[in-house]
Design a protein. Structure first.
Lengths: 356, 379
């Protein structure tokens, strides 16, 4: 009886706790036909055999349909095209900080080189372990706080991609009112919001923008709770919005449902969600903000196999094709010219998108 | 034996003799068997998996990690156990320690004091905040009769919101990072680690001694003081406690304050020994781990120490599993099964004791009836 009472509390709290970057920052298009599973089976593939890639996921790991899956897609592509061997380790819910460090150390001491850490939660751990293993190349996604000669920091200009979909939302909105649903109120997701609002206001300065975050850290359930996403988006549609952008990871599915029920429009995040979302609601997705973690992961592994790894920050912005908007479904074809104009202006530096 | 299931569950009734040792050992063996079956069903090598875990878990480096994790778990379980002994379910340890660690980290980062006073100040602040947060539930229960289970769970949620707000207010941004944290605590506020395990450069949290001291203090407080007697009496029977002159309402508030103060210590080993800053990735959920370990250790400081070490061993040795393509979740299954089996094993042991006792009494009675009494019947 007691365990029942506690069990629910424990399960509830543990469920999404400590998701950290697992964020909405995932997905990435898997169009290049990455294999669905590829455990250390790279031996038969061509080229750079002998390279053993170690990858440490954030909470959720492979299969989260978000951030981690995007990294996994890049890894799978590397297995298929470069013939590398891989091993993947996954973060646990509410684990101690030492566990992250230990995970990277196990990979490095197990002969894995390069080692890729997915998510800013690994920041301090990468710094420590990279210093201990100077001959191993490390990469960390979404963090550039620590610069070491053997660490590549793979970061994205989420605000630039969000600017474009913000402009799309403003152009598509007939009511002059749009919404933003963020998973967890962390600096990373605020970048999505800042870009989105800037983009919308660039089109229509007096546009009404509602913004809501599903949870506050350290409660990271906001990245994996469609019911919360649905409720938040329903509120926005009820209050007059007709386009809602979600940067809420797994909770985004609820935003799409709400859009479908309200007859409104939604904007996806990370991957081309018009392709990956549930087919029954996919038609409400007018576009998605693409954050190509898979490209970054693949590029890094590829540069390792050609012995051309560059340490330090590599910014995947609009100009580099690291972020973009999707056109699947043809729902933004009529405004494509305007969006591409903004794209050119941002790429050239004519427009600077705020990060917060 | 007329104890209730909750009394037996929370260790307010004690077993003695060999059963009290046999019960947990059998429970852990049973959990091992269940885990083996799960491993076999999922197509993993049973024996190799377990030996891999033991091999990795017994390396010097892992031993340090186990000690460090256990220190934190131990403090958490003691905070929970104090309430349990009085029949108070402080589910809010989680919110208490998170809020306490955040405020303490902010204070510690903002001031600079000479070495011994700086960490002491941080620890005191943390205990005060933890106590205050738990005290809300205590006062609500004493004055309004609000169930502490409900209020502490709600306070957990409020602590999350308040913590997020305060962190955003106090945090200093780090260039290029998506993380935010309080300003780092200066060297004078840090508690140096100890190279206790030969063969590893990794250091054991200096505050491991604090945990030991709290464990001893827990034992002394409960068993050697009037307050402890009152607390245990209230836990056993509130009516009896009232009848014997215990102010139960005051006890509720005191117990929650102490439990919360102990909860304030949970984050300290990590904060003062390793991270020096409260950031977005400060470990959450320790309060709930503490509940499981308190049950595992029967709310007894020694039992909890074993429970915390076992739990930490399982957590640390889980690190290696991913490298062998075995899902680390197997360890979560094992931890769950251990807690359940320990609860069941003790219950069975109590019942076995009860039955054996009854048999002994009836045998003695039968024996007494058959031998004629030489002396007259006593009153």
């Amino acid at each position: 009886m007691l365990r029942n009472r506690f069990g629910k509390v424990v399960a509830g709290a543990a469920a999404g706790a400590m998701l950290l970057a697992a964020a909405a920052c995932g997905g990435g298009d898997t169009t290049e036909g990455a294999p669905s599973a590829a455990p250390s089976g790279g031996a038969s593939a061509p080229a750079a055999s002998g390279v053993k890639v170690g990858l440490a996921y954030d909470i959720g790991g492979r299969g989260d349909q978000s951030f981690n899956d995007s990294a996994a897609a890049g890894l799978d592509k590397a297995v298929a095209e470069l013939g590398v061997e891989i091993n993947e380790l996954e973060a646990g819910n509410g684990e101690a900080e030492s566990a992250k460090e230990e995970r990277l150390r196990l990979l490095a001491s197990g002969g894995f080189n390069p080692v890729i850490a997915v998510g800013f939660a690994y920041s301090a751990s990468v710094a420590k372990v990279a210093a201990e293993f100077p001959d191993t190349k490390f990469a960390i996604v979404d963090d550039e706080a620590n610069k070491l000669p053997n660490v590549s920091n793979l970061v994205f200009a989420e605000e630039q991609g969000s600017f474009l979909v913000g402009a799309a939302a403003a152009l598509k909105s007939t009511k002059g009112s749009i919404g933003f649903v963020g998973g967890v109120e962390v600096p990373l997701i605020k970048k999505f919001q800042a870009g989105y609002e800037a983009g919308a206001k660039a089109v229509k300065p007096d546009i009404k923008i509602q913004a809501k975050y599903l949870t506050q850290p350290p409660d990271f359930t906001g990245f994996g709770d469609p019911a919360k996403g649905k409720t938040a988006a329903e509120g926005m549609f009820d209050a007059g919005a007709d386009v809602v952008y979600q940067a809420a990871g797994g909770s985004g599915a609820g935003v799409f449902e709400a859009a479908k029920a309200a007859g409104g429009m939604a904007i996806g995040v990370d991957s081309d969600q018009a392709k990956t979302a549930d087919p029954t609601v996919a038609d409400v997705i007018i576009t998605s903000m693409l954050k190509k973690v898979d490209v970054a992961v693949f590029d890094f592994i590829k540069s390792f196999t050609t012995n051309s790894v560059q340490a330090g920050s590599k910014v995947y912005d609009l100009a580099a094709g690291g972020v973009d908007y999707s056109t699947t479904g043809g729902k933004v074809d009529d405004i494509k010219a305007q969006l591409d104009e903004y794209k050119a202006k941002i790429s050239s530096g004519e427009i600077t998108v705020p990060k917060e | 034996m007329t104890s209730s299931f909750t009394d037996r569950l929370l260790g307010r009734v004690k077993l003695s003799g060999w059963v009290s040792l046999a019960a947990p050992i059998l429970a852990i063996l049973f959990a091992g068997i269940v885990t083996s079956i799960v491993l076999a069903i999922t197509g993993n090598p049973v024996f190799d998996t377990l030996t891999t875990m033991v091999d990795y878990g017994s390396q010097p480096r892992s031993l340090v990690l186990i000690l460090n994790n256990a220190t934190t778990y131990y403090l958490s379980a003691l905070a929970v156990a104090l309430g349990f002994r009085m029949n108070l379910f402080n589910i809010g340890v989680d919110g208490q320690y998170r809020l306490a660690a955040l405020v303490a980290a902010a204070v510690g980062g903002a001031v600079t004091l000479p070495a011994p006073f700086h960490p002491i100040l941080i620890i005191l602040v943390s205990m005060l905040v933890g106590a205050a947060w738990a005290g809300i539930a205590g006062v609500l229960k004493a004055t309004r009769g609000v169930s502490e289970v409900i209020s502490t769970i709600m306070l957990n949620t409020i602590a999350t919101g308040l913590g997020a707000y305060l962190l955003a207010e106090w945090a200093v941004p780090v260039a290029g990072s998506n993380n935010i944290g309080t300003p780092p605590i200066a060297a004078s506020g840090q508690v140096p680690g100890l190279a206790m395990v030969p063969g590893s450069s990794l250091k054991v949290f200096g505050l491991v001694f604090l945990a030991v001291a709290v464990g001893i203090g827990f034992h002394v407080l409960l068993n050697k003081t009037r307050f402890g007697f009152d607390l245990r009496a209230t836990g056993r029977s509130e009516q009896a406690a009232v009848a014997s002159g215990v102010n139960v309402k005051r006890m509720v508030v005191y117990a929650m304050l102490i439990s919360g103060g102990m909860a304030g210590l949970i984050g300290m080993p990590q904060l003062l020994g390793a991270s020096y800053s409260y950031s977005l990735d400060f470990q959450p959920g320790l309060g709930f781990t503490g509940i499981a370990i308190a049950l595992l250790g029967r709310n007894n400081p020694v039992g909890i120490a074993f429970g915390a070490l076992l739990w930490a061993f399982l957590d640390v040795s889980a690190n290696i599993l991913g490298l062998h393509k075995i899902s680390p979740e197997i360890v979560t299954i094992m931890q769950g099964v251990i807690v359940l089996s320990v609860v069941i094993a003790y219950e069975l042991a109590h019942r076995y004791r009860g039955v054996a006792e009854q048999k002994r009494v009836s045998r003695e009675l039968a024996g007494a009836a058959s031998t004629p009494q030489k002396e007259g019947a006593s009153a």
